[in-house]
Design a binder for this molecule. Structure first.
Ligand SMILES: [Zn+2]
Ligand SMILES: [Zn+2]
Length: 141
């Protein structure tokens, strides 16, 4: 597992719980709140405190990305996910969070980031953009 090395390199133990948690998040391939993650793995003898603690470590190591929507934190796999740099869209009606990403858009962000970096003398390593509106399902009705 690619994540194992990252975790061990930083001096953390790669426990069976961390493994289960990561696999669940990879399989889900979406944004999950702590509660939603816990619901998915609680039958595997993993406590809520362990979920919190592990997510904090994953966050520190850059393995997961935290997205705050209406004061709820959602987590998604960040590295090795194939889409490290993407913008989020939140539907105000059904509350779903959608990844807005495709190659053409990604390239535009990179170009935009480069411009901002040059103009402001900063270094950008992450994006945190949340677009809000109505998703295609809600828009139609
Ligand atoms: Zn919607
Ligand atoms: Zn996302």
């Amino acid at each position: 597992m690619l994540y194992k090395k990252l975790i061990k390199n930083k001096g953390y133990e790669f426990t069976i719980q961390k493994r289960i948690l990561l696999l669940e998040m990879i399989n889900a391939n979406t944004h999950l709140s702590v509660k939603q993650i816990y619901e998915r793995i609680k039958d595997k003898n993993i406590g809520l405190a362990t979920v919190y603690r592990s997510l904090k470590i994953f966050g520190e190591l850059g393995i997961v990305k935290k997205i705050n929507v209406d004061n709820i934190n959602y987590y998604e796999i960040k590295i090795f996910s194939g889409k490290p740099l993407h913008v989020h869209f939140k539907c105000d009606k059904c509350n779903s969070i959608i990844d807005v990403d495709n190659l053409e858009q990604d390239l535009s962000y990179i170009k935009l980031n480069k411009k901002i970096e040059e103009k402001n003398d900063v270094e950008i390593y992450d994006v945190d953009i949340m677009l809000k509106g109505l998703c295609s399902k809600c828009k139609g009705g």
